[in-house]
Design a protein around this ligand. Structure first.
Ligand SMILES: C[S@@+](CC[C@H](N)C(=O)[O-])C[C@H]1O[C@@H](n2cnc3c(N)ncnc32)[C@H](O)[C@@H]1O
Length: 427
């Protein structure tokens, strides 16, 4: 796929661009990415904005409440609706995650009405997925990919969301016929060294000749050590933003992570920075075995031996089983989340007495080493990484769309280009 005929995408709620990067790596071209967070937009444009791509714009999507708003928005950003082949993205997952205990407690203490609170929460949730549906009605792309946390499936608004996607209408009020397929998918099946599960809803237009779609083919598992072993040892509290690799890549994954660097960046390693830890924690990390967790008797014993007044003693082992968790080098990592912004205790390095660096977190999410977090704090970098869709997982989906499109795409592209909007299609 090259030149004019590259398929195009628009990414809503783009974050720093994990999902976008997968589509770019699969040969697609970005028409527009949108996020309201300045750090996300900065990071996206620093890394992904190319000569032919518009990159990301900072906008609050919740302000769009009709197809007219969406049309005006696209026009303001110079995007012709019929030019978009794939719509990707998903509203922020926090909105579908189980609400934080602290929030509920605060609400109860303030005498708030829980029902009113939930109603308001659900309105906010549905508002953001409604924006996604409005974009679909305006763009009528060949494909769409809507991703979210797996818990969305058991949420009370889930049925309403699916129902909305099954009942999209064009401007003339005619139903748009998307074939919908949804499931939870595991990132480690697509070459990502992480057992991260994501909900993905795929929609495609059968009327454009797409005969079917199969989920991406599975790839061999990549372990934590196969992903990280070639990175130089650094002490906790390491803050040098740039250093040099100290060894050659030894696995296919390590080579992949180092590939694609512009010539001037070769040999240079960025963002291999780490939190500072107190001596009690360092001593504890050193005593933990790979895979060990907070609630393990050995770990509890070590905590008390290191310091009978250790600050971790106050945490219950029932509620905080994996308050501390040391990575197992022989397996994929567990889910990397934005909780890394608060602390990295769930990601203790398997062979060095410290938690993981920003670069190591990025590698566990399959962001290549050329993807940088320059200009962002360590906390902000961890947040963007934890919120992202792993690029290799996104790439697998992007490639599966292209495969299902094979032979159809160029022909359809030309047909679409000759029309102003899709709506002349007979459904
Ligand atoms: C889970 S993250 C997206 C991650 C992204 N798909 C990736 O792969 O990197 C959700 C994003 O939605 C953005 N967001 C939340 N509310 C928004 C709104 N009203 N308008 C635009 N962006 C919003 C957040 O700033 C956040 O970056």
């Amino acid at each position: 796929m090259n030149g004019e005929h590259k398929p195009t995408f628009i990414d809503l709620f783009s974050g720093c661009g994990g999902l976008s990067l997968g589509f770019l790596q699969a040969g697609y071209r970005c028409l527009l990415a949108v996020d309201q967070d300045p750090n996300s937009v900065h990071c996206y444009n620093l890394n992904l904005k190319g000569d032919s791509d518009r990159g990301a714009v900072q906008e609050d999507l919740s302000r769009l409440s009709s197809t007219d708003d969406v049309r005006a928005f696209l026009s303001r950003h110079g995007v012709e609706p019929a030019s978009c082949d794939v719509l990707i993205g998903g509203p922020p997952c926090q909105s579908f995650s189980v609400v934080g205990r602290n929030k509920i407690r605060a609400l109860m203490e303030s005498g708030g009405d829980l029902k009113v609170y939930w109603r308001k929460k659900n309105r906010e949730r549905t508002m953001l997925f409604e924006v996604y549906a409005l974009f679909l009605e305006v763009l009528a792309p060949r494909w769409f990919l809507f991703e979210n946390v797996p818990t969305i499936r058991s949420h009370e608004t889930f049925e309403a969301i699916i129902n909305r996607f099954e009942n999209l209408h064009d401007d003339d009020g005619r139903p748009m016929k998307y074939r919908l397929i949804h499931n939870n998918y595991l990132a480690s099946k697509y070459g990502v060294p992480q057992d991260r599960r994501r909900f993905v809803l795929v929609g495609y237009r059968e009327d454009l000749g797409i005969e079917g779609w199969e989920p991406p083919k599975e790839k061999p598992t990549v372990t934590v050590s196969a992903a990280l072993d070639d990175l130089p040892e650094v002490p906790h509290g390491h803050r040098e933003r740039e250093m040099r690799y100290s060894s050659s890549p030894a696995t296919a994954y390590q080579r992949l992570m180092r590939a694609g660097k512009p010539r001037e960046l070769r040999g240079r390693l960025f963002d291999h920075i780490c939190r500072w830890h107190n001596p009690d924690d360092v001593a504890l990390f050193a005593r933990m075995k790979p895979g060990a967790r907070f609630a393990d008797p050995d770990v509890q014993k070590a905590i008390r031996e290191i310091n009978p007044r250790h600050k971790l003693i106050k945490y219950s082992t029932d509620k905080f089983k994996d308050k501390l968790h040391k990575l197992d080098p022989e397996r994929p990592a567990w889910t990397v989340t934005a909780h890394l912004q608060k602390d990295c205790y769930k990601f203790i390095h398997y062979s060095q007495p410290r938690t993981i660096t920003v670069r190591e977190a990025a590698r566990l999410q399959s962001f290549p080493d050329w993807f940088r977090f320059e200009g962002l704090s360590m906390v902000a970098s961890f947040g963007l990484i934890g919120n992202a869709v792993p690029p290799l997982m996104a790439q697998a989906f992007a490639e599966s769309f292209a495969e299902a499109d094979a032979g159809l795409f160029v022909h359809e592209r030309e047909r679409l280009a000759s029309r102003k909007v899709y709506s002349s299609t007979a459904w």
